[in-house]
Write a protein that binds this ligand. Sequence first.
Ligand code: XUL
Ligand code: CO
Length: 438
Amino acid sequence: MSEIFTNIPKIQYEGKSSKNPLAFRYYDADRVILGKKMSEHLPFAMAWWHNLCAAGTDMFGRDTADKSFGTEKGTMEHAKAKVDAGFEFMQKLGIKYFCFHDVDIIPEAEDINETNRRLDEITDYILEKMQGTDIKCLWGTANMFSNPRFMNGAGSTNSLDVYCFAAAQIKKALELTVKLGGKGYVFWGGREGYETLLNTDVKLEQEHIAALMKMAVTYGRSIGFTGDFYIEPKPKEPMKHQYDFDAATAIGFLRQYGLDKDFKMNIEANHATLAGHTFRHELRISAINGMLGSIDANQGDYLLGWDTDEFPYDVYESTMCMYEVLKAGGLTGGFNFDAKNRRPSNTYEDMFHAYILGMDTFALGLIKAAEMIEDGELDAFVANKYASFNCELGEKIARGECTLEELAARAADMGTCANPGSGRQEYLEGVVNRVMFG
Ligand code: XUL
Ligand code: CO
């Protein structure tokens, strides 16, 4: 196999004074931060779909980038060339993981039996490429949204036939994930949602989605999948309303249907902002519920109301993300760059610039978040803010043993209430800026 990205060297760490666009300025894989190597804090993953498949097509125009990798698109030769390109790409960047949908790695056939045969062939090839490298699969998933059969949803479809095809795709994608040693299996909502309640039985659709997830857990465990299943919340797009709106909604759903032991969250930054939350909020809600699993690292554009999947460059956001991740004790999954080059950034070099940007943004975020934790001022402030509960009565409340009468009696004794103390938001924002910028 000949080199594909011929003008790109192996990307090295050169430090923050470097002006070399093909070098890392902050991501120094072996640098130890809070007792762990950067590469362990930041298990980066390449998203097969954006990096190797998406070529810039949008609603108004066709491909701008050439991702044929010297072959005819839509052939198995092309599928293999994408594997070659992907492995060369990951090796040049020192990326240790990849994520994939079933139909990212092969051209889907008319007949699912032929699709599955192609999937077997390509995963044999991927396995071969993995040997002798330290590249692993972070997670796999089934694309249950692109094919027209899924226009009314997959688990939420009105058609039993379509439901069977969704089940078949999940079954196969789970088998492939196990074959490639994947750590996780993702359910992104796809078209699980609705355009109008006028034609939708929400209760039935949600029960069917849960039933499919239960079958996936049972089958996955039976074939040796020991990793986490993930829900990737998103509030809208492609459907007007998506059922996995945000982390809180998805966690409630999992608990309602008894799926919470097998599932965690895969939090995507741009999905969080579409839900009207910060990325950080979604991470915190997942973490406090013991369900912070993995991250789709990207960012949106606050001026645009859709999923722009940009490469993350906002260091303030990545710092807040890494603060949450460090506080939660790390991820069981990793940082998948579910991000794509802007349409006019259409060269091979741009693909590398994008990943270097994303990796450096998270590396710098990690450095700054660790400094914030070591600095301790934020933690100390929060601990002190709730200190009035550090007493017998507070403990009784925490144990659920207190009554309204008891608390009301104390209020009556006091007569008037003391001021709860300033929240000091601006002061704390200043602390963050001090740590960030010195
Ligand atoms: C779509 C999205 C997906 C999932 C995997 O918004 O984020 O690419 O990450 O299906
Ligand atoms: Co995603």
